[in-house]
Ligand binder design. Structure first.
Ligand code: MIG
Length: 775
């Protein structure tokens, strides 16, 4: 979008223009022009141009200007260039070196001092570790995965969170340049971070907040929040390259139901198309897609189809004809204006220019006519880096519409996937304005979360790849994309039984929970590895279905605040140095901790439990945190823990989310000094929640030596769930209960092992529970 910021300071360094903006009291933007003057002020990342602004006091000195706002003191000097920003507590939050800009052949290079023991998070699909300090990266979306196992570069996001362990609040940086960008995060000189933009203006946003979580909220306000997703997208999903013909798809569906393994979604990969022509159906393999989709829907399955950007050059093919007629529809060669050609699955193709609004419109219409109107539930955008067969990148300099700016493709390369997802998203909302879009994409850039969720592309069926995926999910979340997940079981290569089981064990805790595998590899359905693995897979998927109310609340929270669903521990425990580089265990929402087993043959693993009390999920054993401990983890019991004080809403198992809403909701209470939890309910499918057709209930309470109190708030909102009963399960091994009263009335309870259970009627009013412990 075009931005309307007015600089509070301008200057020139050598032949380049410079400007500082203060979009809010806590955001600074610095621009340095590549040429004499600034390019028009457009951003593909920013989605919200209503800035609060701030009062500024300006002191202009000889070679340093000081700008003061309520929260920040900004010192900027031009000869040589330096920038230093301190907060109201006097902490230096951002500082360049004494000569902070170099104009080089590689572009504009900006040099910032790295803090003492600094940690760097975020950046999406970049790097092998959660903390990126000491690495260097090129940001250039591409399909590298086949060559380098621990590299994934479909969606790189130049948004990074910088934290030092000295208690100074973290700061975030966003280099708003959609061309090639290079970061050196102290790999050559540990004291400096160099950020280079090869083309275009250097536009750096600097965010100042008090915590990582607030930085992520601020980032979501700037670039857009993810949508509240359709509830079926939280269900289990099965994919493979490819299920065809239609008969095979029906068999897979049937297997899930007869084996009683819950499943919500089946995917159609590229073989459903006629010769890989986008928006067509293969007439022999899928002679009647409408009927197939209807029948599957009757069994409770949604179908998501893949869509690739390359449009086959074929005069007899309608999509090609019509887009060709539209003019400016495809990416053009700069030198002669001819449409660029490269090969992908359909053969020789042109590549739609999704920065052109008319192309997005047409694309959306085809998507709706050929897919959504036939009953397809969601759209899976692949190959949109874009990936090409003949070349790594387009063979010729090319140009795009680009807000009418007509920049070269290379200057906006990073947003190809973003704009394809935008086309898909806008199209979806046109076809079904009352529903919630489900768009999946492989490539993306800053802001992708407002259109689409991400899966992390082609991983491998190896232990190493599995461990790597975990970290990727966290790095995506720390770059503002909460709805993310990897192909469970691994895409490339043959999976083996133990790996599949271990992958399922934590894969079900990902926001996106899908099994997928490459063509030519062995079967990879939950039942493909024998009875015992099938039992584990079923049990884990069932656990996910039970946890749906908890997960859904996490998704809604993510949509409203930008908070991750799978969180690195540092999000919640920033002051605990033990978690600063911890990327092989994660939190699901604030209360569940998962520590996957990542090596073959291991039946235990070392886990770090953050300070506080935790409960072992399978045994209810109460544990003191703030330490490392080795836990037994036989197959089927991955280390999972619940934070003391958590109230986790759960449902009975259903085979898919379209089964009738349960009449009963469980509240799993893990006693702690303060209780907390929440439930958000709505129809799961439509936009009606925007008009208040939802229901929110919060759980609070406390516990002392004698008593535990639990409060359920009165439901807020108009939605009425099917619930007529709550069943509370109090996980307390070490305390015996004397009595339970609900709103002053004694209720019967039972103890089974470590769990004390009782039920309460749903009255659509507040409930106050008191549990008296035996002295
Ligand atoms: O060139 O559509 O990442 O999930 O199965 C490979 C076939 C193209 C790459 C995707 C993968 C998908 C595959 N695609």
């Amino acid at each position: 979008m075009q931005l309307s910021l007015t600089p509070v300071w301008t200057s020139r360094v050598q032949d380049h223009a410079m400007a500082l903006d203060l979009p809010t009291d806590r955001i600074v933007r610095l621009r340095i022009s590549a040429g004499d003057e600034f390019a028009p002020d457009y951003s593909y990342a920013i989605a919200n141009d209503s800035w609060l602004g701030t009062d500024v006091e300006k002191e202009e000195g000889e070679d340093v200007t000081v700008l003061k706002t309520e929260s920040l003191a900004i010192e900027v000097g031009t000869e040589p260039f330096r920038l230093r920003i301190a907060d109201q507590d006097g902490h230096v939050r951002f500082e360049t070196t004494d000569d902070g800009i170099e104009f080089t052949k590689e572009g504009i290079c900006f040099i910032r001092s790295i803090g003492n023991a600094e940690r760097i998070y975020g950046m999406g699909e970049q790097g092998e570790t959660l903390d990126k300090i000491g690495h260097s990266f090129r940001f250039w979306n591409s399909d590298h995965s086949h060559h380098v196992p621990n590299r994934r570069q479909y969606c790189e996001i130049p948004f990074s969170i910088h934290m030092t362990p000295d208690g100074v609040p973290p700061t975030a940086l966003f280099l708003d340049n959609p061309g090639e960008v290079n970061y050196d995060l102290g790999s050559n000189d540990p004291s400096v971070m160099r950020m280079t933009a090869r083309t275009g203006d250097f536009v750096l946003w600097i965010l100042f907040e008090d915590s990582i979580k607030e930085l992520l909220s601020s980032w979501a306000r700037m670039t857009g929040h993810m949508e509240r997703p359709p509830v079926w997208s939280l269900g289990f999903q099965q994919c493979r390259w490819s299920y065809f013909p239609d008969k095979r798809v029906r068999e897979i569906a049937e297997e899930f139901r007869t084996r009683r393994i819950p499943c919500d979604v089946i995917y159609l990969d590229i073989d459903y198309m006629r010769g890989y022509r986008v928006f067509t159906w293969h007439s022999k393999r899928f002679p009647d897609p409408d009927k197939l989709l209807r029948d599957l829907r009757d069994q409770g399955f949604r179908v998501v189809t893949i869509v690739d950007p390359g449009v086959k050059i074929d005069e007899k093919y309608e999509v090609f004809q019509e887009l060709s007629k539209a003019g400016e529809a495809f990416i053009k060669r700069e030198k002669d204006g001819e449409y660029l050609v490269d090969r992908v699955w359909p053969g020789k193709c042109h590549f739609p220019d999704f920065t052109n609004p008319e192309v997005r419109l047409l694309w959306g219409e085809y998507q709706n006519r050929e897919l959504l109107e036939r009953g397809v539930a969601g759209v899976w955008n692949d190959m949109n880096e874009p990936a090409l067969f003949d070349h790594q990148d387009f063979a010729h300099p090319a140009s795009q519409h680009d807000f009418g700016l007509n920049r070269r493709h290379e200057e906006i390369h990073q947003i190809y996937g973003l704009t394809m997802a935008q086309a898909s998203y806008e199209g979806f909302l046109k076809a079904r304005p009352q529903e919630r879009p489900l768009i999946i994409t492989r490539s993306g850039w800053a802001g992708i979360q407002r259109y689409s969720m991400m899966w992390t592309g082609d991983n491998h069926s190896t232990w190493q790849s599995m461990a790597f995926c975990l970290q990727l999910n966290l790095s995506m979340a720390m770059a503002g994309v909460p709805f993310v997940g990897c192909d469970i079981g691994g895409f490339g290569g043959d999976c083996e039984a133990e790996l599949f089981a271990r992958w399922m064990e934590w894969g079900v805790f990902q926001p996106f929970c899908r099994v997928h595998s490459c063509r030519g590899t062995r079967d990879q359905e939950p039942w493909s590895f024998g009875g015992s693995v099938e039992r584990i897979a079923r049990q884990m998927i069932e656990l996910r279905m039970r946890l749906l109310p908890y997960l859904y609340a996490c998704f809604v929270h993510a949509a409203e605040t930008g908070q991750p669903i799978n969180r690195p521990l540092v999000c919640e425990y920033p002051n605990d140095a033990a978690v600063h580089r911890l990327g092989d265990q994660f939190l699901v929402g604030p209360d569940i901790l998962v520590a996957p087993v990542l090596f073959p043959g291991h039946d235990r693993r070392l886990v770090y439990l953050p300070p506080g009390v935790w409960y072992h999920f399978w045994s209810d054993q109460r544990l003191e945190g703030g330490r490392w401990e080795i836990f037994e983890a036989p197959l089927s019991q991955p280390p999972v823990f619940v934070r003391a004080g958590a109230v986790i809403p759960m449902h009975p198992v259903r085979q898919h989310t379209g089964e009738p809403e349960p009449r009963e909701t469980y509240l799993d209470v893990y006693p702690g000094t303060q209780l907390r939890g929440g439930l958000v309910e709505d129809d799961g499918l439509t936009q009606a929640w925007r008009n208040g057709i939802e229901s929110r209930i919060t759980f609070t309470g406390w516990q002392d030596d004698l008593e535990l109190r639990l409060y359920l708030s009165e439901p807020d909102g108009e939605y009425r769930s099917a619930r007529d009963r709550w069943t509370v399960r109090l996980h307390t091994e070490h305390r015996s209960v004397a009595s339970v009263t609900c709103n002053g009335v004694k209720v019967p309870f039972e103890r089974d092992g470590s769990v004390v259970t009782w039920s309460m009627d749903e009255e659509r009013a507040a409930i106050e529970v008191s549990v008296a412990f035996q002295r």
